[in-house]
Design a protein around this ligand. Structure first.
Ligand SMILES: C[S@@+](CC[C@H](N)C(=O)[O-])C[C@H]1O[C@@H](n2cnc3c(N)ncnc32)[C@H](O)[C@@H]1O
Length: 207
C-alpha cells in the first residue's frame, strides 16, 4: 500500500485518530513561533483534514491547503464549507503546486516523517516563501517504535534535531532553530502490546 492509499483510506477517521495522537497545543506552539498575523497567507503542507489550517483561519489568515490525498482534502472541504479563504490543492512533496514566493508562512505538521526525502521537501517548502516569510515544521524526535512504520505508514522514525536544523540552513533559511513543543505524540500498536510516546519538536527558519 502506498502512503497516498493509506491516507485516502483513513481520511474519514483521521480527526478521531489525530485527537488520540496529539493535542491542539502543538499547533498553538507552531503559530506562536511563526508570529502569525491576520491578513497574511499561509500554506499548510500535508494539510490532511486541516488541523493547522483551522487555527490559521480563526486568526484571520488565508490558507492554501496542499496534500497528496484528495480524500483528506475532501474531508477538510466538507468541514470548512463555510470558509471562503481556503484554496485546496492536491500536490506532492517534490513539486508543490504553488509558485515561488507565494506565501508569508509555510506550516507542516506531522508531514516530514512521511516524505521520501526530508531535505528536498524542506527545500521545496522554503521555495514557496516570500522574503522574510517563515517555515515552521512540527514533527517527531527520533524514536524506535517500528510499529509506527508498519501500521501507520511512517517512512522515518522521527529525526535528530541537528539534521533538521542543517536542512533548514541548506534550504537557504536564516535563523534556523529547533525547540521543544513540550508535547508528545502518543500511539498504541494494534496488538496493544506497545505504547509509543514521542516528543514533538518545532523547527523554524526565515527566508
Ligand atoms: C500524519 S498526516 C498529518 C495531517 C495534518 N497535517 C495533521 O496534523 O492532522 C500526514 C499528511 O501528509 C500527507 N502526505 C504524506 N506524504 C506526502 C507527500 N509526499 N506529498 C504530499 N502530501 C503528503 C498525507 O496524505 C497526510 O494527509
Amino acid at each position: 500500500m502506498t502512503s497516498k492509499q493509506y491516507f485516502d483510506d483513513v481520511a474519514q477517521q483521521w480527526d478521531a485518530l489525530r485527537q488520540s495522537f496529539f493535542s491542539a497545543a502543538v499547533r498553538e506552539k507552531a503559530y506562536a513561533v511563526a508570529g502569525v498575523q491576520a491578513g497574511q497567507t499561509a500554506a499548510d503542507i500535508g494539510a490532511g483534514t486541516g488541523f493547522i489550517s483551522e487555527g490559521l483561519l480563526r486568526r484571520g489568515l488565508r490558507v492554501v491547503a496542499v496534500d497528496q490525498s484528495a480524500a483528506m482534502l475532501e474531508e477538510m472541504q466538507r468541514k470548512f464549507a463555510s470558509f471562503a479563504e481556503i484554496d485546496y490543492r492536491v500536490g506532492e512533496a517534490e513539486s508543490l503546486p504553488l509558485p515561488a514566493g507565494a506565501v508569508d508562512y509555510v506550516f507542516a505538521n506531522m508531514y516530514l516523517h512521511h516524505v521520501a526525502s526530508p531535505p528536498a521537501a524542506i527545500k521545496e517548502m522554503a521555495r514557496l516563501l516570500k522574503p522574510g516569510g517563515k517555515l515552521v515544521i512540527t514533527d517527531l524526535d527520533e524514536h524506535n517504535f517500528e510499529f509506527l512504520r508498519t501500521e501507520q505508514h511512517d517512512r522515518w522514525l522521527g529525526f535528530q534535531r541537528e539534521d533538521v536544523q542543517s536542512w533548514f540552513t541548506e534550504a537557504g533559511l536564516k535563523n534556523a532553530t529547533v525547540d521543544c513543543t513540550e508535547e508528545n505524540c502518543c500511539a498504541q500498536s494494534s496488538c496493544g502490546c506497545q505504547s509509543a510516546s514521542v516528543s514533538i519538536f518545532v523547527a523554524s527558519g526565515e527566508k
